[in-house]
Write a protein of this length. Structure first.
Length: 141
């Protein structure tokens, strides 16, 4: 996985070195669309990592709670780290008590995020709506 991020970093360096003024307006808009798709897909990369840390890493190894470790490693606030942990719990892959893989709690939302079709605001609205549903409404409904 780290090697893949080395490739991504190199690709970003190429993009950052590009001359935007050389592009036609239509092409500039196409690049902006691609930027947004990448931005929307990034949380889907984080979800399995966060869920794995929450499931497997002991507090002693992390130097504190999962939220504190994520906040420190990513240089984000604890509130943002907590939000990401909760989102990963809803949209990331899960494991049962015996270790068997379980689909995300919100599989359609997770799939949309993986494809870059749903942004952070849309995901927040869906998650809020889901968690406010009464308990008597079943998942297929």
């Amino acid at each position: 996985m780290l090697a893949a991020f080395d490739v991504i970093d190199a690709a970003f360096d190429d993009v950052l070195g590009s001359d935007c003024d050389a592009l036609a307006a239509r092409d500039q808009l196409a690049v902006l669309e691609r930027c947004e798709r990448v931005r929307r897909r990034l949380p889907a990369v984080e979800h399995p990592l966060i869920n794995s840390l929450a499931r497997q890493a002991p507090s002693q190894e992390l130097g504190g709670t999962v939220v504190h470790a994520i906040a420190e490693a990513a240089l984000i606030s604890r509130a943002e780290a907590s939000r990401r942990l909760k989102e990963a719990g809803d949209l990331g892959p899960r494991h049962g008590l015996t270790g068997e893989p379980i689909a995300p709690l919100l599989p359609a939302t997770a799939a949309g995020q993986r494809r870059g079709e749903l942004g952070a605001g849309q995901v927040a609205v869906i998650r809020t709506f889901y968690h406010q549903l009464p308990g008597w409404i079943d998942m297929p409904t």
